[in-house]
Design a protein around this ligand. Sequence first.
Ligand code: PMP
Length: 308
Amino acid sequence: MSQINETEWIWRDGNFVRWADATIHVLSHSVQYGSAVFEGIRCYSTNQGPAIFRLQSHFERMMGSCKIYRMDPPWTVEQLVEAAKELVRRNNMSACYLRPMVLRGYGASSMVPFASPIETFLPCWPWGAYLGAGAHEDGVDAQVSSWNRVAPNTIPTMAKIAGNYLSGMLVKMQALADGYAEGISLGPDGMLSEASGANLFLVKNGRIFTAPVDGTLLPGITRDTILTLAGDVQVPLNVQEMPRESLYLADEVFFCGTAVEITPVRSVDKIPVGKGKPGPVTRALQERFRQTVTGEIPDAHGWLTHVN
Ligand code: PMP
């Protein structure tokens, strides 16, 4: 199970505080109601030192999540980028996971949140393969969850906010209890949506498929990365709705996200995906992704923020 590995410093609203001092009150609005916007970002080791992947995009999405929830943190994306670089340097990380959070603090007692201050935190810690050792190489076993994703215009899934993860938690716990590494959710209309903490891609007859941004899934930054990398490796791509059974007919299936990176799925509901092993398109994308994040190939898309 993934556990947080402590580091020394956390950036908190313009200052660096010790790990143990980054505390909030138990009655903070975010604790009561789940109103904490956040991001998950990876910093990779490169031969020019640590580089944070798509840092700007993550902070832009975070500001978008804040906007949806009428939160107005007093920081610009540029200031947060500088804070993130300084954080990685101070904590002496060569590679790590960053978890910015904008939350509503202590004050408001009800659904009206405005009496609570907006507080911004930026921690980081070392984090390896999210779905366990061997997941990237061998693939994982997944199930279709009995928990659907939320319907459009109920809770906005384009916002990455703590409360949304109640859904993901149910999906993930059910998958683990049933002996799977991950669960795949359908949207309310029964079409494929996403995994508990990752987007979903299928490969069929040499084409890549993923679900559209339909109000049931988080538009992942890794998903967006793959939409570009597919062009780089010259694999045609369709963004379209897909029924559940396309999982069983796919040649390849993979998850993508900051935490899972690109993780092949070798079976769904105990039905082997293709030959039950990661396939060539997934492999090619994994390799291109690895070369991209580690700076082994030129950063043609401007995705790396070097820390030093
Ligand atoms: N969907 C959900 C529900 C997620 O939590 C994540 C991880 N942030 C993703 C998709 C993938 O998003 P990203 O590639 O931006 O990490």
